[in-house]
Design a protein around this ligand. Structure first.
Ligand code: TYD
Ligand code: MG
Length: 453
């Protein structure tokens, strides 16, 4: 049971017993019993002890927006929401070996050259290894300060003394807080380290970028709460065999989420790709069955990608459904709609779907392009050359227009496409030199594109 406390409403002095007169200020009848701050079991609640009251402001209070620093790599600055925000905490997740350390070392060099004092702390590699990588990337003369350390107390002490503008912690799973008993990389260590670093960033005005490893399921290893703590979560994605890498903002308190930056892994580190559509389509050969070009939107920018499908008689009693770069549930839905509304069965057939170039597409607008690739593979008929496809398919078989139709068409036209298939409705504007086919439902689309189906 928490002790009952009393306080004087005139001077605020606290007393253990009630009395008629406050012996601190001499006022009469000012002593009242303190009500607990919170309800709940006495031991577990905040009890009666008061804290300090905080200053409140209104919504119209003017505050100058924090000055952001641009690093000069457009693809990175855009994903950050227009540069690095001071005193922010960021988490960069990705598979091992995908290029996180490379990206952040290059970013560190850029920011340090842009005048931000930058410290790079590696918990995984020795300083000599990081230096070797810097030399390979041609960054050895960048004014970045290095340390190889995992002890969080030592790191925070150093950051406090050095007062950098940006600190990079590679990686959060190697950090070790000595007040937590468990081993580095465990849930409680990761949570403690992320919490300490995030609050340190806010209190000392340092931007902190933490690297986080990703589990097999594709999530940052450690508790989900880490993603809630930080201001910005970026994922670095890509197929190890491909040279393309995509940096995707999945959460950003200072900019749009879903923005992507596209990079290419070269012998001299990561190079930005300013025209991703051209890159994603560069490996495309002559029109062939099972291929459809989807005009997508990633973040604020249109991106064209090739979808590839393969449909083959299945030797298994349970036909295979394999998807790379798209949602497998969504594929099952499209197959069901094609079967139920258009009478195109896929029973007894293995279905493979692949997004070329290692991009992950999550837009529902890819539905129609997926359907086009599947039908084209099944019918063994190539789609008309130089055609882009997009639009959402509903369960009824109706087609819904996709947002930003005009931007998609403009991008297609810019890359030399001659025609587009997009649902009726939706603002198209005038895009010169592009022939539009506008089916209103899936049955109409199948009829128009593949004859009677
Ligand atoms: P790295 O940044 O160490 O990955 P992570 O920190 O995410 O584990 O990158 C590792 C891969 O990148 C490695 O397989 C080699 C390749 N790489 C290049 O192709 N070119 C380069 O210039 C560098 C530095 C790395
Ligand atoms: Mg690394």
């Amino acid at each position: 049971m928490a002790k009952t406390t009393f306080s004087c409403s005139a001077c605020g002095a606290s007393h253990s017993r009630w009395s008629g007169r406050c012996d601190a200020c001499g006022e009469w009848n000012t002593i009242t019993q303190d009500v607990p701050l919170s309800a709940g079991p006495a031991k577990k609640s905040l009890g009666g002890k008061r804290g300090q009251s905080i200053t409140l402001t209104d919504l119209s209070t003017e505050e100058t927006p924090p000055p952001r620093t641009l690093c000069g790599v457009e693809e990175l600055d855009r994903v950050l929401g227009g540069g690095l925000v001071p005193a922010s905490a960021l988490l960069v997740g990705g598979d091992p070996g995908i290029g996180k350390s490379t990206l952040l070392l290059q970013a560190a060099a850029r920011f340090s050259r842009a005048g931000v004092k930058t410290i790079y702390v590696s918990g995984e590699e020795a300083s000599a290894q990081v230096r070797m990588r810097a030399r390979r990337l041609g960054l050895e003369d960048a004014p970045v300060q290095l340390a190889a350390e995992t002890n969080l107390r030592n790191i925070l002490t150093t950051l406090e003394a050095e007062k950098p503008g940006l600190a990079i912690i590679d990686s959060i799973q190697t950090m070790w807080a000595d007040n937590v008993d468990s081993a580095p990389g465990s849930v409680s260590q990761v949570r403690a380290a992320a919490h300490e670093l995030t609050t340190f960033a806010k209190r000392h005005g340092v931007s902190i970028i933490m690297v986080g490893h990703v589990t097999k399921e594709g999530q940052i290893a450690g508790p989900r709460v880490v993603e809630h703590m930080v201001d910005t979560v970026l994922y670095f994605e890509g197929e190890r065999g491909h040279q393309f890498r995509i940096l995707r903002a999945v959460k950003n308190r200072f900019g749009p989420a879903d923005e992507i930056g596209v990079f290419e892994m070269t012998g001299k580190g990561l190079a930005q790709v300013t025209n991703p559509s051209a890159l994603f389509l560069s490996e495309r050969g002559a029109p062939s069955p099972g291929s459809a070009v989807f005009a997508g939107i990633e973040g604020t920018r249109p991106v064209l990608v090739e979808l590839q499908a393969l449909v083959a008689p299945s030797p298994h009693s349970q036909p295979r459904r394999t998807v790379v770069g798209w949602d497998s549930g969504r594929l099952a839905m499209i197959l069901a709609v094609l079967e139920a509304r258009c009478g195109v069965p896929f029973a007894g057939l293995d279905v493979y779907l692949n997004v070329a170039g290692g991009l992950k597409v999550s837009e529902p607008a890819a539905d129609l392009a997926v359907a086009a690739a599947l039908l084209s593979a099944r019918e063994d008929t190539a789609l008309p050359a130089d055609t882009v496809v997009f639009g959402e398919i509903s369960l009824s078989g109706a087609l819904r227009p996709a947002p930003q139709t005009e931007n998609r068409l403009k991008e297609a036209q810019k890359l030399g496409f001659k025609s587009a298939i997009a649902p009726a409705g939706g603002k198209t504007g005038t895009v010169a030199g592009l022939t539009l086919t506008r089916p209103s439902d899936l049955v109409g689309f199948v009829g128009e594109t593949f004859g009677a189906g």
